[in-house]
Write a protein that binds this ligand. Structure first.
Ligand code: NAG
Ligand code: NAG
Ligand code: NAG
Length: 451
């Protein structure tokens, strides 16, 4: 290749940099401990702008203990949870605090200041009395640096169909089949990355929690197969959609969660489809087409701002400006990580949650082989696609049921994807259950709708 072409490729590569979520990498170790929250003027509502500078008028001390207990300076006990490696939420003294962890980014160099937060939001449990706040951890914590991955260089590569890769997958194992998706040909690798959740800044999936004997007993009494698409002939799962090449899987997974839970709570009499574009364009709890997390969207955004119907702000698959609407809003009553906090989940708890309360939004790791899933029970094969440089991404989807294959005995989750109805098993896939396949049993979110 001539020098000029190389230079051109390099420049374009810089412009189309794909990242996912925020690039911060703040884990339990760096967040647990004693914090001072500096809080601005209270009495606001959810139109408060915490991106602008605010003047602290009071200080509030909390200590965060591993994994989920918080105490404040008055001795009140509350709870907290980490949200992946992005930030943390504290619920204490009838208030909810949430802020993203602080970071700076200079090209590929990311510095995480995990002992500080960006300005965040605090309000009473009943949504009144909003204020901005920021957190500062006591004691010295060194900023952590890491480099983003080098291979954004490949973003401008076009995907090349690789029949040989598909054949290898299908020869290697019999649980699932891979297929060629003609629509991938000519897609930019950067778009395929975005569609799968965006390049991750770090592997921060928690390990699954130990299954307590009481939990196991409850799980053992559940039906062997359960599917919200067919409960005595009724379907409580809203139609499969297509996120296209925007990194909005978290918005689709979150809306799908609320849609299904609303159907279940109303015995299928309220069948709404909610606006994913409203999330992409308007939510400050996520990063538009660059990613986000169901805990903060189906959960916190749904509770603080409410969701509007899709017809009110239809999907554009890109970062367009937020619109103000007078459309009715649908709210989330409560939201939680299954298991109670980030790191508290396991297969038994998930099965109980799904069978008793409804579908759950989950995050998992997408490998190159998954793109080609057609049918069967997926597990990662560790085979590589030599034509298409590819990095592992974090994707968000909705678990709608579980089962066990009558012949092979293989256990699986039934999962709704957001890659259209022609992908996989009519837009769904099944994935191995009980061994935290691709981390799918580690970060699981449930919500309760307000009717
Ligand atoms: C919040 O304030 C910042 C800084 O003044 C401004 O850039 C931003 O547009 C504001 N956001 C909203 C939603 O008004
Ligand atoms: C993120 O932080 C964890 C814990 O400090 C570390 O093990 C991991 O390597 C970091 N990841 C990146 C990409 O920096
Ligand atoms: C729920 O809807 C089904 C189907 O319309 C109906 O047969 C059933 O009686 C309803 N259940 C309740 C509790 O209303």
């Amino acid at each position: 290749m001539c020098k000029f072409a190389l230079l051109w490729l390099f420049l374009v590569a810089l412009v189309t940099f794909v990242r996912s979520d925020t690039p911060a990498n703040c884990t339990f170790e760096s967040i647990r401990g004693a914090w001072t929250f500096s809080i601005g003027q209270g009495g606001g509502d959810n139109t408060i702008n915490c991106t602008a500078d605010f003047k602290p008028v009071s200080e509030y001390d909390v200590v965060l203990y591993f994994p989920d207990v918080a105490f404040d300076q008055y001795g009140n006990q509350g709870r907290w949870t980490l949200i992946y490696n992005q930030g943390f939420e504290v619920r204490i003294n009838k208030k909810r605090f949430f802020a993203f962890s602080k970071y700076t980014q200079d090209g590929k160099k990311v510095t995480s200041y995990c002992s500080q937060t960006f300005p965040g939001w605090v309000h009473d449990d009943d949504e009144r009395n909003w204020a901005c706040y920021s957190g500062q951890k006591k004691g010295d914590e060194m900023p952590k640096q890491h480099q983003l991955h080098r291979s954004e260089f490949f973003n401008n590569w076009k995907y090349k169909s690789n029949a040989e890769f598909i054949q290898r997958i299908n020869k290697h194992q019999k649980s699932w089949t891979a297929t060629v998706y003609p629509e991938y040909s000519g897609m930019m690798l950067s778009d395929m990355t975005r569609r799968s959740g965006g390049r991750r800044s770090a592997d921060a999936f928690p390990k699954t929690a130990r299954v307590l004997p009481e939990t196991q007993k409850v799980a053992d009494r559940l039906p062997k197969n359960f599917d919200w698409r067919d409960v005595n002939g009724q379907n409580f799962v809203s139609p499969v959609r297509n996120q296209k090449t925007c990194g909005s899987c978290y918005a689709f997974g979150s809306m799908a969660l609320h849609e299904a839970r609303l159907r279940i709570a109303t015995n299928n009499t309220v069948q709404k489809v909610f606006s994913t574009q409203d999330i992409v364009s308007c939510s400050e709890y996520s990063q538009g087409c660059d990613g986000g997390f169901p805990y903060l969207i189906a959960g916190k955004y749904g509770q603080d701002f409410g969701l509007i119907e899709d017809s009110c702000f239809t999907y554009k698959a890109k970062d367009v400006k937020c619109i103000t609407t007078t459309c009715p809003r649908y709210y989330t009553r409560d939201y939680y990580y299954v298991g109670g906090f980030y790191g508290g989940c396991n297969e038994a708890l998930m099965r109980i949650e799904v069978a008793k309360y409804g579908p759950v939004a989950v995050s998992f790791q997408v490998y190159p082989d998954f793109q080609h899933y057609k049918s069967g029970i997926y597990h990662h094969t560790e085979l590589l696609d030599r034509f298409n440089p590819w990095e592992i991404t974090n994707h968000v989807v909705l678990i709608v049921g579980y089962g066990q294959d009558a012949d092979s005995g293989e256990k699986y989750w039934i999962v709704k994807n957001s890659w259209g109805e022609t992908w996989g098993e009519e837009g769904f896939f099944r994935i191995s259950r009980g061994n935290d396949e691709c981390s799918i049993e580690s970060m699981v979110v449930g919500t309760l709708p307000i009717l």
